[in-house]
Design a protein around this ligand. Structure first.
Ligand SMILES: [Zn+2]
Length: 166
């Protein structure tokens, strides 16, 4: 059986449980019950303000973010859930590093909890580049429920990618 792409790092038993729920047609209900809302943050400008607000609250001393946008070309998992880029541009003869946060466009239509989770993830990368202990400590500092949310987000992405149960 091929591993569930978005849960590949989780134990086989967990993947089996998700498959069983899906086969019974219950995965969508599970997600809908837990995450019934949709957030209102639709434009890049609103996204920039939203993430800036979180940064102001939790990571005031991290480098400033120059640009924030929803990116429809971003492969969610290809870049480990988001894309955190420092782009170097020649600016007036000097090389200036610009901090950009790109959020995969799929997050435009998700529950507020998932947008917050991905925002926290990307913000943590301003200080911690690797997915290590220090990184996850920062994530849970900003969002105590971070690990559960990341897991449920991965389940949600699986559910979107799976064909409808027969
Ligand atoms: Zn990451």
């Amino acid at each position: 059986m091929t591993p569930l792409k978005y849960l590949a790092g989780y134990p086989q038993a967990v993947q089996e449980q998700v498959r069983r729920l899906h086969a019974r047609g219950e995965l969508g209900d599970y997600l809908q019950r837990r995450y019934p809302q949709r957030h209102p943050i639709q434009s890049d400008r609103a996204l920039h303000a939203y993430i800036g607000g979180l940064k102001q609250t939790y990571l005031r001393n991290a480098p400033a973010i120059d640009k924030t946008l929803y990116d429809s070309k971003l492969d969610v998992i290809g870049k480990a859930l988001g894309l955190h880029t420092a782009i170097s541009r020649v600016h007036g003869g000097r090389l200036v590093a610009k901090k950009e946060i790109r959020i995969a466009a799929v997050f435009r239509e998700t529950a507020p909890e998932f947008l917050r989770m991905i925002a926290v993830h990307e913000l943590a990368h301003l200080k911690e580049p690797a997915h290590d202990k220090a990184f996850y400590r920062l994530c849970t500092h900003m969002e105590p429920d971070y690990h559960q949310l990341e897991f449920d987000l991965r389940v949600y992405l699986c559910w979107r990618a799976l064909p409808a149960p027969a």
